[in-house]
Design a protein around this ligand. Structure first.
Ligand code: FAD
Length: 388
């Protein structure tokens, strides 16, 4: 498999790197300490990313989007997460919402919602997880009851990225008007906060602190039935397919964070002196650097392989889970090793190391935990499911 970037991709990478170095890296730490980003700041940051094709990268040009490839989007995501993982999360989630709308068969929603999302005037998110339905989303309890021209939504969604700043929430819910199991009754509907209000509150967490993570409560929330998002195939299967791309994005986020940690460790090992030598001359420090380099390189290759397969039209169920499981686990381990090389400075909130560690640690959970990725990989290899 050829991972050589094209000339255009190299140019894209250089321009994103330059922007991150000059505009984002210098402010990332201070912003992250402020906690969940305000809606006003999020709009401002997202608008600045538009020239790079970030918001809705995969939305086709004929729908007004940048029309980039999966690999292009991976290049931008890696650099953005490396500079400021929380901002990368906000941009990634609103982009996923735009792509979800673009790939549905709802022409009305495409016309109504895509322009605002692509201009970063609107922010989007996706709500699947619930207090009692995490690894097993088919156990969700949020219901949608048909009442005339509207669905009436009742239920609670948990851990929803961008939830408190989102204008559009793609909510997965159970159709009460249908018989059968949840897998046949789950569908997605777009809730526009302005016309269908719901309650959103922040869930404080240890990492990606300026990336809002929220509880959303829908209480007799009336949503026009024309807001239903459908695509070909079973709705529940489509939600699972969306998770394949989300897993690749979580993987590349951790490759970015791990690269940043490795670069910081190399810089420190070359300049810090103990026992009359720069610490980089000590074999045990070199061993740590070597381990980190191996882990980052392996994670990057696995992740790019999955993105490449997406560009080739494949459906990398196993490969996206391998990339996600490996990259998100090495992400926090590489950050931890970089902290070790920094000695006590690695713990200091004046340095970004502890932020890299906290941020990377958060990615072993969303879009399927590491254990769930292992079950998917096992199922794909064995043809036997541990779950059902
Ligand atoms: C930073 C962050 C952002 C998120 N963003 C979103 C979002 O935007 N939208 C959204 O819908 N959700 C989001 N989530 C929720 C995320 O998808 C869930 O946290 C995840 O699916 C796991 O569910 P849970 O936390 O309820 O854990 P549980 O499912 O309760 O799992 C608890 C533990 O049991 C293990 N476990 C569960 N089942 C099995 C099994 N069969 N075999 C072995 N072990 C098992 C898990 O691996 C885990 O270790 C986000 C979460 C985080 C942390």
């Amino acid at each position: 498999m050829d991972f050589n970037l094209t000339k255009e991709q190299q140019m894209l990478q250089r321009s994103v790197q330059e922007y991150m170095r000059n505009k984002i890296v210098p402010i990332a730490d201070a912003y992250d300490k402020k906690g969940p980003m305000s809606k006003t700041d999020a709009h401002r940051f997202l608008k600045d990313l538009i020239p790079f094709g970030y918001v809705g990268a995969l939305v086709p040009e004929e729908m007004g989007g940048p029309g980039l490839t999966y690999m292009d989007s991976a290049i931008i995501t890696l650099e953005l997460r490396k500079a400021y993982a929380s901002l990368g999360g906000i941009a990634g989630i609103t982009s996923n919402a735009a792509v979800g709308i673009a790939r549905s068969d709802n022409a009305m929603l495409k016309e109504k919602c895509l322009p605002g999302l692509l201009r970063a005037d609107k922010i989007g998110c996706m709500a699947i997880t619930e207090p009692d339905a995490g690894s097993d989303p088919s156990g969700m309890q949020t219901t949608a009851a048909l009442d005339g021209d509207h669905y009436v939504l009742n239920g609670t969604k948990m851990w929803i990225s961008n939830g408190s700043i989102a204008d559009y929430v793609i909510v997965a819910c159970v159709d009460e008007s249908k018989d059968g199991g949840n897998r046949d009754r789950i569908f997605r509907i777009l809730v526009e906060k302005e016309i269908s209000p719901f309650k959103a509150s922040e869930i404080p967490k240890m990492g990606v602190k300026s990336f809002p993570t929220s509880e959303l409560v829908f209480s007799d929330c009336r949503v026009p039935k024309e807001n239903v998002l459908r695509a070909s195939g079973k709705n529940f299967d489509n939600i699972q397919k969306g998770l394949i791309v989300a897993r690749c994005n979580a993987a590349v986020a951790c490759v970015g964070i791990a690269e940043a940690a490795l670069e910081a460790a190399v810089k420190h090992a070359r300049s810090r002196t103990q026992f009359g030598k720069v610490i980089g001359k000590f074999q045990m420090i070199q061993q740590l650097i070597a381990e980190m380099a191996i882990e980052v390189e392996a994670a990057k290759l696995l992740t790019f392989k999955a993105f490449k397969m997406l560009d080739e039209g494949a459906f990398p169920r196993k490969e996206s889970s391998i990339a996600k499981a490996y990259a998100t686990e090495i992400g926090w381990k590489v950050a931890s090793k970089a902290m070790q090389i920094h000695g006590a400075y690695g713990l200091s909130t004046e340095y970004p190391l502890e932020r890299y560690f906290r941020d990377a640690r958060c990615y072993t959970f969303p879009d399927g935990t590491t254990q769930i990725q292992h079950l998917i990989i096992g199922r794909e290899i064995l043809g036997l499911s541990a779950i059902r």
